[in-house]
Design a protein around this ligand. Structure first.
Ligand SMILES: [Zn+2]
Length: 273
């Protein structure tokens, strides 16, 4: 038996999304001393499944979502988007359940569903359409970014829910920053190719402080979202770098591939009458 965590934790939230009382969201993070695995909520080997499930329940309770209605996907660094329906509730929630399958973005308009993406440096993006209402959770590493996963999620919300991009709110959570994300030339080449219609604007996501180039995923995705029709005032970026702050965040680059996973949760509150 793994004891329930006793530490009081507060998920990281965006004031932009918190303005909507029917939206529940939050980022989990690394908490030394919390449970058996410092707050890890990923199930991938060699992590402890039981401990991670205890953590998921703990974080969900604090955020105000039902852990038994978590929905996850098998993240593959692509641009596939899945629309989550009421029938999907709980897919990927517990260690013995299967996720909805291979994808890197989940969208839903079903109240009570808890969309969850898992991260250790890759960027979490949460979207809210306050009008429908509807929400999305996106996993955007550099491959997903240049595959256009953020743009694909906005397009999917337009098609599924009639979402107007000018009304969408976006929260870009903690991720490896341009400060630490040293990359090979194939990464910046893929980015420049993906954004070639924007010309020099694409350079906002590239820097070269030393010999190698650095890629800034949050800046890149903010640019993609603006190009998809979101207005800048509706994009909230948390500039925390997970590698610089490895004391507080799981970082693949900083701690290696077997480190834990933090999560980005979002869902619509269930209506009560
Ligand atoms: Zn950094």
């Amino acid at each position: 038996m793994i004891p329930a965590p006793t530490l009081a934790v507060t998920p990281v939230r965006s004031a932009l999304l918190d303005a909507f009382s029917n939206v529940r969201h939050g980022l989990t993070y690394r908490v030394p001393g919390m449970g058996a695995a410092e707050g890890n909520i990923g199930y991938g080997a060699p992590r402890d499944h039981e401990a991670a499930w205890v953590m998921r329940q703990h974080w969900c309770t604090v955020i105000g979502l039902d852990p038994h209605r978590i929905v996850t996907m098998s993240q593959v660094h692509g641009a596939e988007v899945r629309q989550v329906t009421a029938l999907d509730a709980g897919r990927g929630a517990t260690p013995d359940s299967d996720s909805v399958g291979r994808a890197d973005a989940l969208i839903t308009d079903v109240p009570g569903i808890a969309l969850l993406t898992l991260h250790a440096d890759c960027l979490p993006i949460l979207l809210v359409d306050p009008a429908r209402p509807a929400v999305a959770a996106i996993h955007a590493g550099w491959r997903g970014t240049v595959a256009g996963v953020a743009t694909a999620a906005v397009t999917a919300m337009r098609e599924a829910f009639g979402s107007d991009p000018r009304e969408l709110r976006a929260y870009l959570g903690a991720a490896i920053g341009g400060c630490c994300n040293e990359v090979g030339p194939e990464v910046t080449a893929a980015w420049r190719d993906h954004m070639r219609h924007l010309g020099p604007l694409a350079e906002v996501a590239v820097s070269q402080p030393g010999i190698k180039e650095h890629f800034d995923g949050p800046s890149a995705n903010a640019l993609l979202l603006q190009h998809a029709g979101l207005i800048p005032e509706h994009i909230d970026i948390d500039w925390t770098c997970t590698r610089c702050r490895g004391d507080r965040w799981f970082s693949h680059r900083g701690q290696g591939p077997t480190t834990g996973r933090e999560g980005a949760f979002i869902g619509l509150a269930e209506e009560r009458d």
